[in-house]
Design a protein around this ligand. Structure first.
Ligand SMILES: Cc1cc2nc3c(=O)[nH]c(=O)nc-3n(C[C@H](O)[C@H](O)[C@H](O)COP(=O)(O)OP(=O)(O)OC[C@H]3O[C@@H](n4cnc5c(N)ncnc54)[C@H](O)[C@@H]3O)c2cc1C
Length: 288
């Protein structure tokens, strides 16, 4: 392995300065559960790895009445071990609690999962259906990007040289909101999604005011499906949910590989979209 510098940044400015200094030969990391695998495998030409775990802003975990601020280095277990956060965000808990096993969840977080930009990342679709905004810092200051626009290809994102994700801003759910994420894997744990779907709904009585459906592992990036839009203004009935699930299935653009065929994945998206929409509706009714 080419020797590289380890930079333990204490502030966003320090991290950005180190990243900008080395350009494409520097990478930020949080839990390191993807980054260190890539570095060890020699997949990156590295002069510096910038550790962002010791920066106050990237560790923020603050549930306010209108917004939940989730720092980019917060590990998964902090989401599901907080009674307040797990009660407000069961859809995020669905994701945070299946990323690897307990050891991985003690280091890895939703921020690293998003930045890794894997189409099969289990956290990304849950962030998308929660209308998450990504706060990015770089040499020219801060900018914000919607989570559905963050990933640009397999392993690629809007993060440029010298930039880093600082935090995720997630609207605090109102009464009548519910969300869920499910994936299909041949094994129950420690496996990569063959397909995954996250759904969210905002209910008013039995009417769906708005909904979001996002698809994992069935395209070069996670996909925000129009299935959610198709439900706006409709009753939360089995027929309407099934019709939306069919739309989600038709918008999947999977490939066939060793983990599953394109046909299987397309079918799975329909099943998972229906199940996660049903679960999101159930949770929305409980949250009334
Ligand atoms: C045994 C094992 C099992 C796993 N199981 C799963 C699974 O079930 N589901 C799943 O989705 N993933 C899984 N993973 C992959 C990985 O654990 C997750 O993607 C995890 O969420 C990554 O988080 P992290 O904090 O460790 O990211 P890191 O490894 O620190 O970083 C990941 C990538 O994002 C970049 N990055 C990190 N932080 C920032 C930042 N703030 N700004 C800009 N770029 C940044 C890094 O440069 C790197 O490219 C598994 C990994 C292992 C080793």
């Amino acid at each position: 392995m080419h020797p590289f510098e380890y930079v333990r940044a204490k502030s966003v400015d320090e991290a950005v300065a180190a990243l900008a200094k080395h350009g494409e030969r520097a990478r930020p990391f949080a839990g390191g559960t993807d980054a260190l695998v890539m570095a060890r495998a020699g997949r990156w030409e590295l002069d510096a790895l910038v550790d962002i775990k010791h920066i106050p802003e990237t560790n923020i975990l603050e549930l306010g009445s209108s917004e939940f601020r989730h720092g980019a280095a917060v590990p998964c277990y902090k989401v599901y071990e907080s009674p307040e956060i797990s009660a407000a965000f069961p859809g995020l808990v669905d994701s945070a609690s299946i990323i690897g096993g307990i050891q991985i969840q003690s280091r890895a977080g939703l921020g690293g999962n998003l930045c890794n930009a894997s189409p099969s990342g289990d956290g990304i679709c849950a962030l998308i259906v929660h209308n998450t905004t990504c706060v990015i810092a770089g040499p020219n200051g801060k900018r914000e990007v919607a989570s559905e626009d963050f990933c640009t290809g397999p392993g690629r994102s809007v993060i440029g040289n010298g930039e880093m994700l600082v935090e995720l801003k997630i609207p605090t759910p109102k009464k009548g909101f519910g969300a869920a994420y499910q994936r299909f894997t041949p094994r129950n744990e420690m496996d990569i999604a063959v397909a995954g779907v996250a759904s969210s709904v905002q209910l008013d009585g039995n009417t769906i005011v708005s909904a979001r459906v996002a698809l994992a592992a069935v395209g070069p990036t996670p996909i925000l499906s129009t299935a959610g839009d198709s439900l706006a203004g409709k009753e939360a009935t089995a027929d309407n949910i099934s019709a939306a699930a069919q739309i989600a299935s038709s918008e999947a653009t999977p490939i066939s590989d060793m983990r599953g065929t394109a046909e299987q994945r397309t079918h799975l998206v329909g099943v998972l979209a229906r199940r996660t929409l049903e679960r999101a509706v159930e949770r929305a009714r409980e949250n009334n």
